[in-house]
Ligand binder design. Structure first.
Ligand code: RP5
Length: 168
């Protein structure tokens, strides 16, 4: 689908430094995305309205990040059949364990694919969304593969440098 994009939702502006990671990964892989601050608790009607609008415009995957009693990803999943990836955010005193359990413990039939807490999770949400889109986009699949190869080359270069430093 030519107009396919990934919607990155977050419950508060305070989630932005974490969720930016998902956006950066998608941008680096040439995947169109948009970001939206909307809350399952504070703006429930606006969240539902945005979902309908995003789907109508071609949203293929939703990423939703929230902290504390994190219901955003679950609320999104309740309203769409598109894949939903949940990012638990470490914004409260429980360092994200509260958000992790709120996001991951969905009832059967309404799945949220939940990634790790915080910045690493947000980046992986971007990679996972790209891999989902790559199922129907061979050029994107090539870019995802090339990125993995680059990461492997980086590790090998790090090891070469380590071995070299131990000789001296
Ligand atoms: C959640 O509450 C948001 O996702 C955020 O992680 C947390 C705190 O929100 P703020 O009080 O910083 O707006 O709904």
């Amino acid at each position: 689908m030519d107009n396919a994009f990934v919607a990155i939702l977050m419950g508060s502006e305070s989630d932005l430094p974490v969720m930016q990671g998902a956006n950066d990964v998608l941008t680096s892989l040439g995947v169109r995305s948009e970001m939206k601050i909307t809350s399952a608790h504070r703006t429930p009607a606006a969240t539902q309205q945005y979902l309908a609008d995003a789907e109508a415009r071609g949203c293929a995957v939703f990423i939703a990040g929230a902290g504390l009693a994190a219901h955003l990803a679950g609320a999104v999943a309740a309203h769409t059949l598109k894949p939903v990836i949940g990012v638990p955010i470490d914004s409260g005193p429980m360092q994200g364990m509260d958000s992790l359990l709120s996001t991951v413990q969905m009832p059967a039939g309404i799945p949220v694919g939940t990634v790790a807490i915080g910045k690493t999770g947000a980046k992986n949400a971007g990679y996972l969304a790209a891999q989902i889109l790559a199922l129907q986009d061979p050029e994107l699949a090539k870019r995802v593969k090339a990125e993995r190869e680059q990461k492997a080359a980086n590790v090998q270069a790090q090891d070469r440098a380590l071995q070299e430093s131990r000789k001296s």
